[in-house]
Ligand binder design. Structure first.
Ligand SMILES: Cc1cc2nc3c(=O)[nH]c(=O)nc-3n(C[C@H](O)[C@H](O)[C@H](O)COP(=O)(O)O)c2cc1C
Length: 160
């Protein structure tokens, strides 16, 4: 299955996992970029606000067409218990172009209950697999086993 990993990352955690997954699958990868900066405390507040109120900020045009892929793996940091707002924009703009999907998120705590349901709702696609990782798991390299299981679950569900 031709696969694309799409992600947004502000401080590098989600990027680290996205790169790791794309290397394991030897597949294409695409980063979502903001149009406007999120630097500083105002950027932090704006980011949390956008996530809580489901605001969709402008994102830079992406280069790879998801229609050309059988599977899109989408990664986001958790912001205020929800997906990062630029990921919401991407999913909303591309939901008609998505075939199969899988989701992953990175977070400081364990606040990921509604995030995958919300990603499913906006993408209008039920995920083959979901993976939630904490920053401390990533720093301690505990994510490696979990990513392996995530990839296995995706591959197994593709066989059905
Ligand atoms: C605006 C903002 C809101 C956040 N809200 C949460 C949260 O509600 N729960 C949580 O566990 N982590 C939260 N975090 C922490 C990030 O989800 C976490 O550090 C993540 O791994 C960062 O990913 P990145 O490095 O790819 O940007 C928040 C971070 C930011 C910047």
């Amino acid at each position: 299955m031709k696969t694309l990993v799409v992600f947004y990352s502000m401080t590098g955690m989600t990027k680290e996992i996205a790169v790791h997954i794309s290397e394991k699958l030897d597949c294409d990868i695409e980063e979502i970029f903001d149009v406007k900066t999120r630097k500083g405390i105002l950027g932090f507040i704006k980011s949390g606000f956008e996530s809580v109120f489901r605001i969709m900020p402008k994102i830079k045009e992406t280069g790879l067409n998801p229609e050309n892929y059988g599977l899109i793996i989408i990664g986001t940091p958790v912001w205020a218990g929800n997906m990062a707002s630029p990921v919401r924009t991407y999913l909303f703009q591309n939901n008609e172009k998505l075939d199969k999907v899988a989701f992953f998120c990175t977070m400081q705590g364990n606040d990921n209950k509604k995030i995958f349901l919300e990603m499913e709702r906006v993408s209008e696609s039920e995920p083959l697999a979901c993976l939630a990782l904490t920053d401390s798991e990533i720093k301690q390299e505990k994510h490696i086993k979990k990513v392996k299981e995530f990839i296995k679950k995706i591959k197994d569900s593709g066989k059905r």
